[in-house]
Write a protein that binds this ligand. Structure first.
Ligand code: DC
Length: 223
C-alpha cells in the first residue's frame, strides 16, 4: 500500500506516557467511529517477550532487529497471538513493559516496526496509540492528542488493571517503575515521547473515561 493512497484515510494519533489511559480511550474512540485500532506499544512488548523467550538481552540491538523484523504476530479483536500462541496477558505484565521500553530505545528496532504500524491505516480510519504516533509514524494524522495524567493516578490505574487480571502488584513499586519508564521514554534520543505542535492536550487525572472519549471525538469532528 503506498502512502499516497493512504493519506486520505483519517488517523487519530493518541500519544502519552504509560498507563495514562490512552489505550482504553483509543479503543473506545475506534469503536464509536468504526475505525481500526493500533496498539503500537504491544509491538514493542512483543519484541520484549520474543527476545526474552530466546534469552536475548534488551541491550543487544543487532540481535533484536531480526526479531522485530520477523515478528509472527496476529491481532484478533483484543487478543494478540505470537507464533500462534495467545500472549495477550503475558505482554501486559510489568516486566514486559520494562523490556518494551528498553528495546524501544534502539533506532534499528523502531525502524523495523514502522511499515508494520503504517499498514494498520485502512479505511474507514485508524486510531493509533503510542509515543511517536504523531511525531514519526503518522505525521499527517488529522487529529493529534497528547494524553497525560499524574504519575500517582497512573500508578493507581495500572495497579487496578493488574489486580483485575489476577497478577499481584505493589503500588509503590509500580510508581517507581513508571517514573523510570517515563524518564527513559521521554529522554531517549530516537523518537522520544513528546507532544507535537498542534496536538490537543488532555489531562485525564480527574476525568472519567467517557469524558475523555467524548473530548477526543469532539476534537476529531472539528479537525
Ligand atoms: O504503551 P505501552 O506501555 O504498552 O508501551 C510499552 C513501551 O513501549 C513503552 O514504555 C515505550 C515503548 N513504546 C514506544 O517506544 N513507542 C510506541 N509508539 C509505543 C510504545
Amino acid at each position: 500500500m503506498s502512502s499516497a493512497n493512504q493519506s486520505n484515510i483519517p488517523v487519530i494519533a493518541i500519544d502519552g506516557p504509560t498507563a495514562s489511559g490512552k489505550g482504553t480511550v483509543a479503543q473506545l474512540v475506534a469503536q464509536r467511529l468504526g475505525y481500526h485500532y493500533l496498539d503500537s506499544g504491544a509491538l514493542y512488548r512483543l519484541v520484549g517477550l520474543a527476545s526474552f523467550q530466546r534469552g536475548i538481552s534488551t541491550a543487544v540491538e543487532a540481535d533484536l532487529i531480526p526479531i522485530a523484523q520477523n515478528l509472527n504476530v496476529n491481532f484478533q479483536g483484543d487478543r494478540i497471538f505470537l507464533e500462534g500462541q495467545d500472549v495477550s496477558d503475558q505482554i501486559r505484565q510489568e516486566v514486559m513493559g520494562q523490556r518494551a521500553s528498553e528495546v524501544a530505545v534502539h533506532p534499528g528496532v523502531r525502524q523495523a516496526l514502522v511499515a508494520r504500524q503504517q499498514a494498520f491505516r485502512q479505511s474507514p480510519g485508524l486510531v493509533a496509540d503510542g509515543r511517536d504516533m504523531a511525531s514519526v509514524i503518522f505525521t499527517d494524522a488529522q487529529t493529534k492528542v497528547f494524553l497525560t495524567a499524574t504519575a500517582e493516578a497512573r500508578a493507581e490505574r495500572r495497579y487496578k488493571q493488574l489486580i483485575a487480571k489476577g497478577f499481584s502488584a505493589n503500588i509503590d513499586v509500580l510508581l517507581q517503575d513508571l517514573r523510570e519508564r517515563d524518564a527513559r521514554d521521554a529522554n531517549r534520543s530516537n523518537s522520544p515521547l513528546k507532544a507535537v505542535e498542534g496536538a490537543h492536550h488532555l489531562d485525564t487525572t480527574s476525568m472519567t473515561i467517557e469524558e475523555a472519549v467524548n473530548q477526543v471525538l469532539k476534537w476529531h469532528q472539528a479537525d
